[in-house]
Structure formats: structure tokens, C-alpha cells
Write a protein that binds this ligand. Structure first.
Ligand code: PMP
Length: 468
């Protein structure tokens, strides 16, 4: 069976996510469908034997590369003992061990783990738990959420409602909760010459106003710490996290940190929340903040199986803990909540943080990505290259001085994607874009040589995609 055979069979019945299916149709499709036969490390291989560097870690999940031997071995062993049991009324070793380890690793004070099986559901859990906490605490007026413009938290109706980009959201607007939107601190929008820190501090004024005005009706603020990933890898200064933590405390509002994309070392520290600078007014202040809810998924299982978790504080857990007749329990469940195989994959992934020390190697790889993109930064249609750890984003623009973007209909990002897939004879890569933004979010097992080749290929592809 060749690529063509699988493509035709797939097109007959499979409906791809987040896709206009017509893009895959025809002899020269806009968006080529790639049937993948196998994967190993940072590489995917199709049915015709072509290999592609998975430069976006398969939607940011596959942090230690495909089929990492340790994860594979641990999963094999787990299959020999327990595949699945419902978590309602039952518990098992993988979920207990994983919860213990997550509590050890997470920002201090997060002691309770509630499981789901995808990122959107972890966000739903946080939203419902926050609302329900205030309900149990005798504050039923608190029923709204504050969110940043351009944020993304998933596709289910609650998660979609607190997301920003209209492309995902507008059609469903009549179905959605009405959150309070606060302008994002996105530093791409800073005035020329302004520092990231200044721009971020200035943007916080909007959040402060929203909290002052609405705290009485607001359950929680939700945000993606440091990087708004699906919104085009837009970034801001970690000062925002410190200011927000303090303001939420002052106004009696929860803080939900959605680290589904940025957790597990992606930004250079284990959690993006760890980057928050210490409070300068506090003598023994520590860097980092603890949110009231921390949502994790994607990298949690190293990209092998679906799993998500929402961690929260003891005080929040206790607000639900009562005699059954008080009606305070959190009656939320998913069939595969805490699936033993997925938990085992997560435990194996956490082992790799100890044995492979990725945070130290990633510093070197991230430096190399920056150095190797010097020519891309100088390209006449690259308005900005920005980086936070193992995320490097390239913003294409029609006019880099005025920052006039390419019209979405020109699909320039997609052109880069196609060129990178065709690649050079010995090197092709997956650079699935976000509109006019091309980004690298590679598995941590990428080699320096592969980074060099990827940067050359991206430059080539950008050049071809912006020639006319
Ligand atoms: N939150 C963030 C920050 C995400 O990046 C994503 C996925 N891109 C989600 C939530 C939703 O996760 P899932 O696709 O697993 O539902």
C-alpha cells in the first residue's frame, strides 16, 4: 500500500480535525494529507518511505520523540497487568503514583489531582470546579470568567467560550458563555522601542480594571502563562503572572493556569508559572507563582496516549468535602478518567525528566535555534522572530516596517508548510503553521545537526512562499 492508496481510503471516511476537507482533495491538494506508516524519535515516515522531521511535536504532545524506548517498555509491562478500570469507586497504582509525583513537581500548594482525557476537558474541569467552589462557599453570584484576547483553551463549549481567536469561535458564539475579555499583553503589539516588561506592565492596567469592576461576579481568570500558543505563539513578560497572582488574591478571584501547551519544560522551566519574578517588596520572596488550578495534558504522556489533569489546592478540595446529603460533591466524570495505561505513560515520561535532564540540554538547543535563525530574522518578510525556550516563532508580514500582515486568504504560512514538506532530497519537515506564523516546537530529542538543517529548510521555504 502506497501513500496514494491510504490517502484515497482515508478521504473516503475519515474527517480530519480543524480542516476544510476540500483542501486535501485533488491531484495537487492545498494541504497534502500524509499517511504515516511509522515514527521514531523526532521523525515520521510515510508509506512511500519519505521521512519528515516532526518540528511541531505532533501538536506539541511528543516531547521526548516518538516511541521512546522507556515509555514503550513501561506501557508493555502495564498492559500485562491492568488495561483499564473506571476510577469511580476504584483506584490503582499508576494513578496513585502519578498523583504523588505531580504534587511533588507542581508549584507548591497544589495537592489534589482530577483527571480527564484531553486538554479541553481539563479546562472544563477547572471552570466548573471554580464556579462550583464559589457556589459551595455561598457566593453564587460568581459565575463569569475573565480571559485574555487571543487566548486558546480548547474546543468544547466551555473551553471555546473562554478562547479568543474568532476563527475557532465565531460560528458557535450563540452557544457560548459570555466571558469578560481583557486585552492580551501580547508583546508583538508593543510600540517600537518599548521593552517587553514595560508593555506587559502597561497591559496589566486592563486586567486590574476588569477585576476591580467585576470581581463580585467573577469566579476566575484563565490564561496561558507566557505564550498564547494557538493564537500565533504570541508571548509576554512573566511579570504579568506575578501581577495577576497578586491581583487575584486581592480581589478574591481564582487563577486558572492553562499549561497544557507550555508545561513540562517547553518554556525552559518545568512550568511557565515558574518564570514569574519574585515580589520585590517581599524579603524572602521566591520566583514562581501557584495558580488555584493548573491544567496539564499534551506532554504529560510524552505524546503517547490521551490524558489530562487539573491540579488544585487543598482549600478548594475541602469546599467540596462534606456529608453526601449536603450536595457539595463534584459530580463530573469521563469514562477513561485516570486510565492506567495513560497514567503509566505519564509516569515513564516523568522518569525521563530525571534520567535525561532535558531542561539543561534544552538550554543549549534553544540557544542554537536562536543562533541558527539569524538569516531568518534578516528576511525582508519576517517581522519578528520570538522565542521562549523550546518555542521559536517566525511572524511573516507583507510589510515588516508597518507590520501589515499578509491577508489570510493568501495562506502564506501554508505555502511554507508545503515547501518544507517537499523539502530537500535528504531533509523534509512538518512546519504546520498558525496563519502567518511559522514555528518550531520540536521534541527535546532533536539534535543540533537537525536544528541546523531545519533552520536552513525554513529559510528556504519562507523565501519561496514570499517571493511574489
Ligand atoms: N489549552 C491549550 C493552551 C492548548 O494549546 C490546547 C490544545 N492546543 C488545549 C487547551 C486543548 O487541548 P486538547 O486539544 O487536548 O483538547
Amino acid at each position: 500500500m502506497s501513500n496514494d492508496d491510504w490517502t484515497q481510503r482515508s478521504l473516503a471516511h475519515v474527517w480530519q480535525p480543524c480542516t476544510q476537507m476540500q483542501d486535501h482533495a485533488g491531484a495537487d491538494p492545498e494541504l497534502p494529507l500524509i499517511p504515516v506508516r511509522r515514527a521514531e524519535g523526532a521523525w515520521l515516515e510515510d508509506f512511500d518511505g519519505r521521512r519528515y522531521l516532526d518540528a511541531v511535536s505532533s501538536w506539541w504532545t511528543n516531547i521526548f520523540g516518538h516511541r521512546h524506548p522507556h515509555i514503550v517498555e513501561q506501557l508493555r509491562q502495564q498492559l500485562d497487568t491492568l488495561d483499564h478500570v473506571m476510577l469511580g469507586g476504584f483506584t490503582h497504582a499508576p494513578v496513585v503514583e502519578l498523583s504523588e509525583r505531580l504534587v511533588q513537581l507542581a508549584p507548591p500548594g497544589l495537592t489534589r489531582c482530577f483527571y480527564a482525557d484531553n486538554g479541553s476537558s481539563a479546562v472544563e474541569v477547572a471552570l466548573k470546579m471554580s464556579f462550583h467552589y464559589w457556589h459551595n462557599a455561598g457566593q453564587p453570584r460568581k459565575r463569569r470568567f475573565i480571559t485574555l484576547t487571543n487566548s486558546y483553551h480548547g474546543e468544547t463549549l466551555g473551553a471555546l467560550a473562554v478562547g479568543g481567536p474568532s476563527i475557532y469561535r465565531d460560528t458557535y458564539a450563540p452557544l457560548l458563555l459570555q466571558p469578560i475579555h481583557v486585552p492580551s499583553p501580547d508583546c508583538y503589539e508593543r510600540t517600537p522601542g518599548q521593552s517587553w516588561e514595560d508593555h506587559t506592565r502597561q497591559s496589566f492596567v486592563h486586567m486590574e480594571h476588569a477585576l476591580a469592576e467585576h470581581a463580585g461576579e467573577v469566579c476566575a481568570v484563565i490564561l496561558e502563562p507566557l505564550v498564547q500558543c494557538a493564537g500565533g505563539m504570541r508571548m509576554y513578560h512573566p511579570l504579568y503572572l506575578r501581577l495577576l497572582r497578586e491581583a487575584c488574591n486581592r480581589h478574591g478571584v481564582h487563577l486558572i493556569a492553562d499549561e497544557i501547551a507550555v508545561g513540562f519544560g517547553r518554556t525552559g522551566r518545568m512550568w511557565a508559572c515558574d518564570w514569574a519574578p519574585p515580589n520585590p517588596r517581599d524579603d524572602d520572596a521566591q520566583p514562581g507563582i501557584t495558580p488555584d488550578f493548573l491544567c496539564l495534558s499534551k506532554g504529560l504522556t510524552g505524546g503517547t496516549l490521551p490524558l489530562a489533569v487539573t491540579l488544585t489546592r487543598e482549600a478548594i478540595y475541602q469546599a467540596f468535602y462534606a456529608d453526601y446529603r449536603a450536595g457539595k460533591a463534584f459530580l463530573h466524570s469521563h469514562s477513561y478518567t485516570g486510565n492506567p495505561l495513560a497514567c503509566r505513560a505519564a509516569l515513564a515520561t516523568l522518569d525521563l525528566f530525571e534520567t535525561e535532564k532535558p531542561l539543561a540540554t534544552n538550554r543549549l538547543l534553544a540557544d542554537l535555534m536562536w543562533r541558527q535563525t539569524a538569516d531568518i530574522r534578516a528576511h525582508p518578510h519576517v517581522a519578528e522572530v520570538r522565542q521562549q525556550g523550546m518555542i521559536l516563532a517566525i511572524e511573516l508580514a507583507r510589510n515588516v516596517r508597518s507590520r501589515e500582515p499578509y491577508p489570510a486568504a493568501e495562506r502564506r504560512g501554508l505555502r511554507v508548510y508545503r515547501h518544507a514538506l517537499n523539502g530537500r532530497p535528504d531533509f523534509a519537515a512538518v512546519l504546520r503553521p498558525l496563519g502567518n506564523v511559522i514555528y518550531f516546537m520540536p521534541p527535546y530529542v532533536i539534535t543540533p545537526r537537525e536544528i541546523e538543517q531545519l533552520c536552513k529548510l525554513a529559510l528556504d521555504a519562507i523565501h519561496q512562499a514570499t517571493r511574489d
